[in-house]
Ligand binder design. Structure first.
Ligand SMILES: Cc1cc2nc3c(=O)[nH]c(=O)nc-3n(C[C@H](O)[C@H](O)[C@H](O)COP(=O)(O)O)c2cc1C
Length: 373
């Protein structure tokens, strides 16, 4: 039996295999509310056999959305359609996960697949168009580009209010029935902006030393764990390195992993980058060494980034770099990746839904018979 397709337990939750669908923004919500697109998009991964399916970055506040088309969980009215998604994912044997975050200075940008603010006046009310000034640790823009505004610096009181905003969103995620929450601390969004000295120039208790820059995240973890049920896993995604000279690095992340684990984080999802000018060259498995570096701290890790084959994913686990493997674009391209991985690895695990698995097996039997002549 492969490691990739074997089950594993984290707290009270059993995952049917180690394959996770990485969170991927769809820029398709209206006023932060999920709809049929999100349901169909996410359901296919549960039907394809993934152990865990994670909903995209979901904002704790309206101004914490990356775009006006991103999901939110700042309002009870946003719970019901997400609950429907979580219910279906679980009915198909997948764990239902959701990523919770705040975009900080990288908020209020164009929908990625539109490429620009090109909405017509007639279209704006239909798509729920909104635009706002983002907030951040310091009044420094992500980059000199019309898509990114200079943020308003958060007041001390506003920073201190953020952990309870996260906790409220997590409590709604619990009410929606999710099994796993991932705190989004990566990719140059708000938490990541606080961590990196490049974007955090504060002189209060949330800026300056590494411990001060980690303070907001550690308070968010504590507030999250206080409301998130003890039996449910809590994941944390970070940019293990921001890729900038004098920025956040692997050693900083190792120190953070120790603190986060001590506060009840179960898995560190190891990504990187998200800052303008970062020198990170994507290549097959390029972030796997980052997961391995964090695993040395004793933390459970998840590897992600240009993992495209079953053999490669299995090697990530057998090399001891990570406990889970997340697929982003490969999952979009191959939503049935786990059922095909079972064949590629010669594993007897069968993740087909009963409604379709029997038909594929009959096809395979017919082909085998025909081949015998
Ligand atoms: C369309 C798209 C949307 C994404 N949205 C998110 C997101 O909501 N949260 C996040 O942490 N990463 C996001 N990512 C990054 C992916 O989760 C993943 O880390 C990245 O694509 C690398 O993995 P891959 O090479 O398997 O795609 C997104 C990536 C894509 C392609």
């Amino acid at each position: 039996m492969s490691q990739l397709l074997s089950s594993t337990q984290i707290r009270d939750l059993t995952l049917r295999n180690r394959l996770v669908v990485s969170p991927m923004c769809q820029y398709s919500a209206v006023h932060g509310v999920a709809n049929d697109w999100h349901f169909a998009h996410l359901s296919r991964f549960a039907l394809g056999g993934f152990g865990t399916v994670m909903v995209e970055a979901t904002g704790v506040a309206p101004d914490g959305r990356i775009t006006y088309g991103c999901l939110g969980l700042w309002d009870d009215a946003q719970i019901a359609p997400l609950a429907q998604i979580a219910r279906f994912l679980k009915s198909q044997g997948a764990a239902a996960a959701i990523q919770i975050g705040h975009a900080g200075r990288k908020a209020s940008t164009p929908l990625w697949w539109r490429g620009a603010f090109n909405e017509t006046e007639a279209e704006k009310p239909l798509v729920g168009f909104e635009s706002w000034q983002p907030v951040g640790p310091s009044p420094i823009a992500h980059m000199d580009h019309p898509d990114f505004q200079t943020p308003r610096e958060l007041t001390l009181a506003e920073v201190q209010a953020l952990p309870s905003k996260f906790a409220e969103a997590l409590s709604r995620a619990d009410r929606a029935g999710f099994d796993i929450v991932e705190i989004h601390g990566a990719h140059g969004y708000l938490i990541s902006q606080f961590l990196s000295p490049v974007s955090n120039h504060r002189t209060d208790a949330y800026g300056g030393s590494r411990l001060n820059r980690m303070r907001l995240l550690l308070e968010i973890i504590e507030a999250s764990r206080a409301v998130w049920p003890a039996g449910k896993p809590l994941f944390l995604r970070i940019s293990v390195q921001d890729g900038l000279h004098g920025g956040w690095n692997v050693e900083d992340s190792q120190a953070l992993a120790v603190e986060a684990t001590a506060r009840g984080v179960d898995v560190i999802d190891c990504s990187s980058g998200g800052f303008a000018g970062a020198t990170i060259r994507p290549a097959p498995g390029y972030q796997v060494p980052l997961a391995k570096a964090l695993k040395q701290t004793g933390a459970r890790t998840m590897a992600v980034g240009l993992i495209t084959t079953a053999e490669q994913a299995e090697a990530v686990l057998t090399s001891g770099a990570a406990d889970l493997v997340a697929l982003g674009r490969t999952a979009l391209d191959q939503p049935n990746f786990p059922v095909h991985a079972a064949r590629a690895l010669g594993d007897s695990a069968d993740f087909w839904p009963k409604q379709s698995g029997f038909a594929v097996r009959l096809r395979d039997a017919a082909l085998a018979k025909a081949a015998l002549g």
